[in-house]
Design a protein around this ligand. Structure first.
Ligand code: ADE
Length: 269
């Protein structure tokens, strides 16, 4: 997969040389190219921003450097990339979107500073390319570089051969499949005793069925505590008889449409 990032802070993308993404680059699985937007300015001060039409606070990124930069990046490769524009006004970045983007051969990221990029740039490339305006969460950062690091890591670890263990992202929280719609439960490793704390007995039992059931119950408990909205949204067809018992103990019951909602009572075990 090829990834291009156009930024006014190339050094901000240094973490892409480290760890999982760094190793994938070294192995040739990822071709990452970082570009300095100011290379496509022509004035003495390498100006990339200007005041907004209509007034208001902050500065807006000028269209000309972005246009020249993107034309150069597009001309340097085969075919058409997906253009990923980080912005708090975008669609939410989800595991599903990470999976979708991980199947593309070429992504170009355009992290902006200030109040964003002149709208005409998005329109211009939207006419020719698949452009995705994406937000990594409901908070406002100073720029799109940190979101690019977040998205690239989420995407890169899905590429074949990038994670050591191919199965290890199949039961990620939010991954499609058996544990879809549930958060992952707790994990433990050696030593068996640490500061007087032990390992849940069932994990030492060697009984795979019981372990799977315990893990799923833990996942329900954590989702109930941290993300009840995921249970409310879940397709109830995904819940078996034991799941329903667990949900009932946690204070959930199916409504008229079959979907689960919280009741007022919690059944004591
Ligand atoms: N730029 C600033 N805040 C952002 C966010 N939450 N997501 C994506 N890009 C951003």
């Amino acid at each position: 997969m090829r990834l291009d990032v156009v930024t006014i802070f190339p050094e901000y993308l240094e973490p892409l040389n480290v760890s999982l993404v760094g190793k994938a680059r070294a192995r040739g699985q990822l071709d990452v190219r970082i570009h300095d937007l100011r290379d496509w300015t022509h004035d003495k001060h390498h100006t990339v921003d200007d005041t907004p039409y209509g007034g208001g606070p902050g500065m807006v990124m000028k269209p000309e450097p972005w246009g020249e930069a993107l034309d150069a990046v597009l001309a340097s490769g085969e075919g058409e990339p997906v253009l990923v524009v980080p912005t708090p006004s975008g669609v939410p970045f989800t595991q599903q979107l990470a999976v979708e983007l991980s199947a593309k051969p070429w992504l170009v990221f355009t992290p902006a500073r200030y109040e964003g990029i002149d709208r005409r740039v998005i329109e211009e490339y939207g006419d020719r390319l698949d452009v995705r305006e994406v937000s990594i969460g409901d908070y406002v950062l100073a720029g799109g570089e940190a979101p690019v690091l977040v998205m690239v890591e989420a995407i890169a670890r899905l590429l074949p051969g990038v994670l050591g263990n191919a199965a290890s992202h199949q039961d990620d929280s939010f991954a499609p499949g058996a544990m879809a719609d549930l958060l992952e439960g707790p994990v433990y490793t050696k030593p068996p005793q640490w500061r007087g704390r032990t390992i849940p007995e069932v994990l030492l039992s060697g009984h795979h069925g019981k372990i799977a059931r315990w893990r799923r119950d833990q996942a329900f408990a954590r989702t109930d505590r941290n993300r009840p909205d995921l249970i409310e949204r879940a397709d109830p067809a995904a819940f078996d008889k034991k799941d329903r018992e667990t949900l009932s103990i946690l204070g959930w019951a199916p409504g008229e449409d079959g979907r689960f909602g919280r009741t007022n009572q919690t059944v004591e075990e």
